[in-house]
Ligand binder design. Structure first.
Ligand code: MG
Length: 369
Protein backbone atom coordinates (compact mmCIF):
# COMPACT_ATOMS: atom_id res chain seq x y z
CA UNK A 1 0.00 0.00 0.00
CA UNK A 2 1.19 3.45 -0.87
CA UNK A 3 1.30 6.11 1.84
CA UNK A 4 -0.34 8.94 -0.09
CA UNK A 5 -0.67 11.40 2.75
CA UNK A 6 0.25 11.82 6.39
CA UNK A 7 -1.53 13.90 8.99
CA UNK A 8 0.01 14.74 12.35
CA UNK A 9 -2.10 16.15 15.16
CA UNK A 10 -0.87 17.10 18.58
CA UNK A 11 -3.72 16.58 21.02
CA UNK A 12 -4.37 17.71 24.56
CA UNK A 13 -7.32 16.16 26.35
CA UNK A 14 -8.27 16.81 29.98
CA UNK A 15 -7.93 13.72 32.18
CA UNK A 16 -10.94 12.65 34.24
CA UNK A 17 -8.59 12.96 37.26
CA UNK A 18 -4.85 13.78 37.56
CA UNK A 19 -2.41 10.85 37.52
CA UNK A 20 0.66 10.83 39.75
CA UNK A 21 3.59 8.39 39.74
CA UNK A 22 6.87 8.31 41.68
CA UNK A 23 8.35 10.83 39.26
CA UNK A 24 5.70 12.94 37.57
CA UNK A 25 2.11 14.12 37.60
CA UNK A 26 -0.16 14.58 34.62
CA UNK A 27 -3.29 16.72 34.57
CA UNK A 28 -3.97 16.31 30.89
CA UNK A 29 -3.33 13.74 28.27
CA UNK A 30 -0.94 14.70 25.50
CA UNK A 31 -0.23 12.68 22.38
CA UNK A 32 0.31 12.87 18.66
CA UNK A 33 -2.22 11.09 16.47
CA UNK A 34 -0.78 9.95 13.14
CA UNK A 35 -3.18 9.43 10.24
CA UNK A 36 -1.98 7.67 7.09
CA UNK A 37 -4.08 7.66 3.94
CA UNK A 38 -4.02 5.35 0.96
CA UNK A 39 -6.82 5.78 -1.57
CA UNK A 40 -10.14 5.87 0.31
CA UNK A 41 -8.67 4.24 3.43
CA UNK A 42 -7.20 5.84 6.54
CA UNK A 43 -5.18 4.19 9.32
CA UNK A 44 -4.47 5.70 12.74
CA UNK A 45 -1.70 5.34 15.29
CA UNK A 46 -1.00 7.08 18.58
CA UNK A 47 2.32 8.41 19.78
CA UNK A 48 1.76 8.20 23.53
CA UNK A 49 4.27 10.83 24.62
CA UNK A 50 4.10 13.14 27.60
CA UNK A 51 4.94 16.84 27.56
CA UNK A 52 8.23 16.09 29.33
CA UNK A 53 10.90 13.33 29.33
CA UNK A 54 9.53 11.43 32.33
CA UNK A 55 8.36 7.96 31.40
CA UNK A 56 10.60 8.08 28.34
CA UNK A 57 13.15 10.57 26.99
CA UNK A 58 10.68 11.30 24.18
CA UNK A 59 8.40 14.32 24.45
CA UNK A 60 5.65 15.81 22.28
CA UNK A 61 8.25 18.23 20.84
CA UNK A 62 10.94 15.64 20.19
CA UNK A 63 8.49 13.20 18.63
CA UNK A 64 7.01 15.89 16.37
CA UNK A 65 10.52 16.86 15.27
CA UNK A 66 11.55 13.25 14.52
CA UNK A 67 8.31 12.63 12.64
CA UNK A 68 8.43 15.78 10.55
CA UNK A 69 12.14 15.72 9.76
CA UNK A 70 12.86 12.02 9.45
CA UNK A 71 9.86 9.72 9.43
CA UNK A 72 7.52 11.55 7.06
CA UNK A 73 10.20 11.96 4.34
CA UNK A 74 11.02 8.23 4.68
CA UNK A 75 7.47 6.94 4.23
CA UNK A 76 5.55 9.53 2.20
CA UNK A 77 4.80 8.41 -1.36
CA UNK A 78 6.34 4.99 -0.74
CA UNK A 79 4.78 1.61 -1.08
CA UNK A 80 4.99 -1.00 1.69
CA UNK A 81 3.59 -4.52 1.69
CA UNK A 82 3.72 -5.02 5.47
CA UNK A 83 4.18 -2.96 8.64
CA UNK A 84 7.54 -4.74 9.01
CA UNK A 85 8.69 -3.26 5.69
CA UNK A 86 7.77 0.21 6.88
CA UNK A 87 9.65 -0.39 10.11
CA UNK A 88 12.75 -1.48 8.17
CA UNK A 89 12.82 1.88 6.41
CA UNK A 90 12.84 3.58 9.82
CA UNK A 91 15.69 1.47 11.18
CA UNK A 92 18.26 4.17 10.42
CA UNK A 93 16.57 6.28 13.12
CA UNK A 94 18.02 5.20 16.46
CA UNK A 95 15.68 5.13 19.43
CA UNK A 96 12.57 7.34 19.30
CA UNK A 97 10.40 4.24 19.52
CA UNK A 98 7.23 6.12 20.39
CA UNK A 99 7.49 8.29 17.28
CA UNK A 100 8.16 5.26 15.08
CA UNK A 101 5.46 3.15 16.77
CA UNK A 102 2.74 5.66 15.87
CA UNK A 103 3.51 5.26 12.15
CA UNK A 104 3.97 1.53 12.33
CA UNK A 105 0.66 1.08 14.17
CA UNK A 106 -1.19 3.40 11.78
CA UNK A 107 0.09 1.23 8.94
CA UNK A 108 -1.15 -1.95 10.66
CA UNK A 109 -4.59 -0.33 10.88
CA UNK A 110 -4.42 0.64 7.20
CA UNK A 111 -3.42 -2.85 6.01
CA UNK A 112 -6.02 -4.58 8.19
CA UNK A 113 -8.72 -2.25 6.83
CA UNK A 114 -7.65 -3.00 3.26
CA UNK A 115 -7.89 -6.73 3.96
CA UNK A 116 -11.22 -6.25 5.73
CA UNK A 117 -10.01 -8.03 8.88
CA UNK A 118 -9.68 -6.92 12.47
CA UNK A 119 -6.25 -5.93 13.73
CA UNK A 120 -6.55 -8.63 16.38
CA UNK A 121 -7.10 -11.28 13.71
CA UNK A 122 -4.25 -9.98 11.61
CA UNK A 123 -1.90 -10.14 14.60
CA UNK A 124 -2.96 -13.69 15.43
CA UNK A 125 -5.20 -12.81 18.36
CA UNK A 126 -6.96 -15.70 20.03
CA UNK A 127 -9.43 -14.15 22.46
CA UNK A 128 -12.54 -12.07 22.04
CA UNK A 129 -12.07 -10.34 25.42
CA UNK A 130 -9.03 -9.09 27.31
CA UNK A 131 -8.79 -9.06 31.09
CA UNK A 132 -8.79 -5.56 32.47
CA UNK A 133 -6.82 -4.26 35.44
CA UNK A 134 -6.56 -0.70 36.65
CA UNK A 135 -3.58 1.45 37.57
CA UNK A 136 -4.09 3.80 40.51
CA UNK A 137 -1.76 6.78 40.93
CA UNK A 138 -0.26 8.11 44.16
CA UNK A 139 -2.99 9.57 46.43
CA UNK A 140 -2.89 12.14 49.25
CA UNK A 141 -3.60 9.51 51.88
CA UNK A 142 -3.96 5.77 52.41
CA UNK A 143 -7.66 6.30 53.12
CA UNK A 144 -8.19 7.97 49.76
CA UNK A 145 -6.29 5.15 48.04
CA UNK A 146 -8.42 2.50 49.76
CA UNK A 147 -11.58 4.33 48.64
CA UNK A 148 -10.41 4.45 45.06
CA UNK A 149 -9.42 0.79 45.02
CA UNK A 150 -12.82 -0.12 46.43
CA UNK A 151 -14.53 1.89 43.73
CA UNK A 152 -12.59 0.18 40.94
CA UNK A 153 -13.17 -3.30 42.39
CA UNK A 154 -16.89 -2.55 42.60
CA UNK A 155 -16.84 -1.66 38.92
CA UNK A 156 -15.38 -5.08 38.16
CA UNK A 157 -11.69 -4.47 37.51
CA UNK A 158 -9.83 -7.73 37.99
CA UNK A 159 -6.49 -6.49 39.27
CA UNK A 160 -5.27 -3.40 41.09
CA UNK A 161 -1.90 -1.80 40.48
CA UNK A 162 -0.72 0.95 42.76
CA UNK A 163 2.16 3.33 42.24
CA UNK A 164 4.81 3.35 44.96
CA UNK A 165 7.99 5.29 45.75
CA UNK A 166 10.60 5.15 48.54
CA UNK A 167 8.81 5.99 51.81
CA UNK A 168 5.41 5.24 50.35
CA UNK A 169 5.68 1.50 49.99
CA UNK A 170 5.80 -1.11 52.80
CA UNK A 171 3.23 0.53 55.11
CA UNK A 172 1.03 1.44 52.18
CA UNK A 173 0.99 -2.08 50.77
CA UNK A 174 0.47 -3.56 54.24
CA UNK A 175 -2.61 -1.36 54.70
CA UNK A 176 -3.97 -2.27 51.30
CA UNK A 177 -3.38 -5.97 51.83
CA UNK A 178 -5.18 -5.84 55.14
CA UNK A 179 -8.14 -4.14 53.56
CA UNK A 180 -8.17 -6.37 50.44
CA UNK A 181 -6.78 -9.78 51.52
CA UNK A 182 -7.73 -11.66 48.35
CA UNK A 183 -7.47 -9.03 45.65
CA UNK A 184 -4.83 -9.50 42.94
CA UNK A 185 -2.54 -6.59 43.80
CA UNK A 186 0.71 -5.33 42.30
CA UNK A 187 2.97 -2.31 42.63
CA UNK A 188 4.84 -0.17 40.12
CA UNK A 189 7.71 2.11 41.15
CA UNK A 190 8.55 3.61 37.74
CA UNK A 191 12.28 3.32 38.47
CA UNK A 192 12.25 5.21 41.80
CA UNK A 193 14.56 2.92 43.80
CA UNK A 194 18.34 2.53 43.99
CA UNK A 195 20.52 -0.50 44.78
CA UNK A 196 20.72 0.66 48.42
CA UNK A 197 16.95 0.25 48.75
CA UNK A 198 17.07 -3.50 48.14
CA UNK A 199 16.03 -4.39 51.70
CA UNK A 200 12.95 -2.18 51.56
CA UNK A 201 11.83 -3.95 48.40
CA UNK A 202 12.50 -7.39 49.90
CA UNK A 203 9.97 -6.46 52.64
CA UNK A 204 7.27 -6.32 49.95
CA UNK A 205 7.75 -10.04 49.38
CA UNK A 206 5.43 -10.86 52.30
CA UNK A 207 2.29 -9.40 50.71
CA UNK A 208 1.60 -11.98 47.99
CA UNK A 209 1.82 -9.37 45.26
CA UNK A 210 1.32 -10.47 41.66
CA UNK A 211 4.55 -8.67 40.83
CA UNK A 212 6.79 -5.71 41.61
CA UNK A 213 7.12 -3.60 38.48
CA UNK A 214 10.25 -1.67 37.53
CA UNK A 215 11.60 -0.77 40.97
CA UNK A 216 15.10 0.16 39.74
CA UNK A 217 16.47 2.59 37.17
CA UNK A 218 14.81 2.88 33.75
CA UNK A 219 17.88 1.39 32.06
CA UNK A 220 18.86 -1.17 34.72
CA UNK A 221 18.85 -4.93 34.38
CA UNK A 222 21.49 -5.93 36.96
CA UNK A 223 19.81 -4.66 40.16
CA UNK A 224 16.53 -6.15 39.01
CA UNK A 225 18.27 -9.53 38.63
CA UNK A 226 19.73 -9.23 42.14
CA UNK A 227 16.28 -8.53 43.56
CA UNK A 228 14.64 -11.37 41.65
CA UNK A 229 17.21 -13.78 43.12
CA UNK A 230 16.15 -13.02 46.69
CA UNK A 231 12.36 -12.66 46.45
CA UNK A 232 9.54 -15.04 45.54
CA UNK A 233 7.40 -12.29 44.05
CA UNK A 234 8.01 -11.97 40.30
CA UNK A 235 9.89 -8.87 39.18
CA UNK A 236 8.28 -7.24 36.15
CA UNK A 237 10.18 -5.01 33.76
CA UNK A 238 8.71 -2.08 31.89
CA UNK A 239 10.99 0.89 31.13
CA UNK A 240 14.17 -1.27 31.04
CA UNK A 241 13.07 -3.28 28.02
CA UNK A 242 12.86 -0.97 25.02
CA UNK A 243 13.62 -3.60 22.40
CA UNK A 244 14.58 -7.16 21.62
CA UNK A 245 18.24 -6.69 22.65
CA UNK A 246 17.15 -5.52 26.09
CA UNK A 247 14.85 -8.52 26.37
CA UNK A 248 17.68 -10.88 25.40
CA UNK A 249 19.89 -9.35 28.09
CA UNK A 250 17.09 -9.50 30.68
CA UNK A 251 16.56 -13.19 29.95
CA UNK A 252 20.29 -13.93 30.13
CA UNK A 253 20.57 -12.11 33.46
CA UNK A 254 17.24 -13.44 34.77
CA UNK A 255 16.19 -9.88 35.58
CA UNK A 256 12.45 -10.60 35.51
CA UNK A 257 9.76 -13.26 35.45
CA UNK A 258 7.13 -10.99 33.95
CA UNK A 259 7.25 -8.45 31.13
CA UNK A 260 4.97 -5.49 30.62
CA UNK A 261 4.74 -5.02 26.85
CA UNK A 262 3.72 -1.59 25.58
CA UNK A 263 3.74 -1.23 21.80
CA UNK A 264 4.55 2.48 22.17
CA UNK A 265 7.69 1.76 24.21
CA UNK A 266 9.08 -0.92 21.91
CA UNK A 267 8.48 0.75 18.53
CA UNK A 268 5.14 -0.76 17.58
CA UNK A 269 3.23 -3.98 17.16
CA UNK A 270 5.79 -5.88 15.09
CA UNK A 271 8.36 -5.84 17.89
CA UNK A 272 5.69 -6.19 20.59
CA UNK A 273 4.48 -9.41 18.95
CA UNK A 274 8.06 -10.70 18.64
CA UNK A 275 8.60 -10.01 22.34
CA UNK A 276 5.39 -11.87 23.13
CA UNK A 277 6.67 -14.89 21.16
CA UNK A 278 10.11 -14.83 22.83
CA UNK A 279 8.55 -14.55 26.30
CA UNK A 280 6.12 -17.37 25.57
CA UNK A 281 8.98 -19.70 24.66
CA UNK A 282 10.91 -18.68 27.79
CA UNK A 283 7.90 -19.01 30.10
CA UNK A 284 7.91 -15.34 30.93
CA UNK A 285 4.37 -14.12 31.58
CA UNK A 286 3.36 -11.00 29.68
CA UNK A 287 0.64 -8.39 29.88
CA UNK A 288 -0.03 -5.14 28.09
CA UNK A 289 0.69 -1.90 29.90
CA UNK A 290 -0.75 1.50 29.14
CA UNK A 291 0.26 5.12 28.74
CA UNK A 292 -3.14 6.71 29.26
CA UNK A 293 -3.90 6.13 25.60
CA UNK A 294 -6.90 7.59 23.81
CA UNK A 295 -9.22 5.18 22.05
CA UNK A 296 -6.75 4.94 19.16
CA UNK A 297 -3.80 3.61 21.18
CA UNK A 298 -6.19 1.68 23.41
CA UNK A 299 -7.60 -0.16 20.38
CA UNK A 300 -4.08 -1.16 19.32
CA UNK A 301 -3.32 -2.35 22.86
CA UNK A 302 -6.53 -4.39 23.03
CA UNK A 303 -5.69 -6.10 19.73
CA UNK A 304 -2.19 -6.95 20.98
CA UNK A 305 -3.50 -8.24 24.31
CA UNK A 306 -5.74 -10.69 22.45
CA UNK A 307 -2.62 -12.78 21.62
CA UNK A 308 -2.45 -16.05 23.56
CA UNK A 309 0.52 -15.17 25.79
CA UNK A 310 -1.24 -12.22 27.46
CA UNK A 311 -2.43 -14.27 30.38
CA UNK A 312 -2.16 -11.66 33.13
CA UNK A 313 -4.59 -8.76 33.59
CA UNK A 314 -3.65 -5.78 31.43
CA UNK A 315 -3.50 -2.07 32.19
CA UNK A 316 -6.27 -1.66 29.66
CA UNK A 317 -9.17 -0.03 31.40
CA UNK A 318 -12.38 1.43 30.04
CA UNK A 319 -12.16 4.78 28.24
CA UNK A 320 -14.01 6.51 31.12
CA UNK A 321 -11.17 5.61 33.54
CA UNK A 322 -9.19 8.45 31.95
CA UNK A 323 -11.49 10.56 29.81
CA UNK A 324 -14.92 12.13 30.00
CA UNK A 325 -14.87 12.13 26.24
CA UNK A 326 -12.82 9.88 23.96
CA UNK A 327 -11.88 10.51 20.33
CA UNK A 328 -13.26 7.21 19.05
CA UNK A 329 -16.61 5.52 18.78
CA UNK A 330 -17.58 3.21 20.30
CA UNK A 331 -15.48 3.86 23.41
CA UNK A 332 -14.12 0.93 25.41
CA UNK A 333 -16.38 -0.25 28.22
CA UNK A 334 -15.83 -2.67 31.06
CA UNK A 335 -17.94 -5.83 31.00
CA UNK A 336 -19.40 -6.98 34.34
CA UNK A 337 -16.80 -9.80 34.42
CA UNK A 338 -13.90 -7.33 34.28
CA UNK A 339 -13.05 -7.78 30.63
CA UNK A 340 -13.03 -5.54 27.59
CA UNK A 341 -14.27 -6.72 24.19
CA UNK A 342 -11.81 -7.00 21.34
CA UNK A 343 -13.28 -5.07 18.38
CA UNK A 344 -14.15 -7.28 15.43
CA UNK A 345 -14.55 -4.64 12.70
CA UNK A 346 -11.83 -3.98 10.12
CA UNK A 347 -8.54 -2.49 11.40
CA UNK A 348 -8.62 -1.14 14.94
CA UNK A 349 -12.39 -1.62 14.80
CA UNK A 350 -13.33 1.78 16.18
CA UNK A 351 -14.07 4.98 14.31
CA UNK A 352 -11.95 8.06 14.89
CA UNK A 353 -14.28 11.05 15.26
CA UNK A 354 -13.11 13.99 13.19
CA UNK A 355 -14.99 16.59 15.28
CA UNK A 356 -13.47 15.29 18.53
CA UNK A 357 -10.02 15.32 16.94
CA UNK A 358 -10.61 18.95 15.92
CA UNK A 359 -11.81 19.83 19.40
CA UNK A 360 -8.61 18.65 21.10
CA UNK A 361 -6.02 19.42 18.39
CA UNK A 362 -3.36 21.97 19.36
CA UNK A 363 -1.25 21.65 16.26
CA UNK A 364 -1.85 19.99 12.93
CA UNK A 365 0.17 19.37 9.82
CA UNK A 366 -0.57 17.56 6.58
CA UNK A 367 1.88 16.13 4.08
CA UNK A 368 0.93 14.94 0.60
CA UNK A 369 2.94 12.75 -1.74
MG1 MG B 1 5.13 0.67 34.54
Amino acid sequence: MKVESVELRQLRIPLASPFETSGWREEEKTCIIVGLRSGPLAGFGECAVSRGPWYSYETTHSAWHIMEEYIVPSVLGREFKTPGELLDVLSSIRGHNMAKAAFEMAFWDLVARERGVSLSKMLGGASSQVVSGVSVGIQESVGKLVDMVEKFLDRGYRRIKVKIKPGLDVKLVAALREEFPDTPLMVDANAAYRSEDMERLVKLDQFELLMIEQPFAWDDLVDHASLQKVIRTPVCLDESVAGLSDLKAALALESCRVLNIKPARVGGLTVARMMHDVCLSHRIAVWCGGLLETGVGRAHNVALASLPGFVMPNDISASDRWFKEDIVEPGFVLNPDGTINVPTGPGIGVEVLEDRLDKYTREKKRFKA
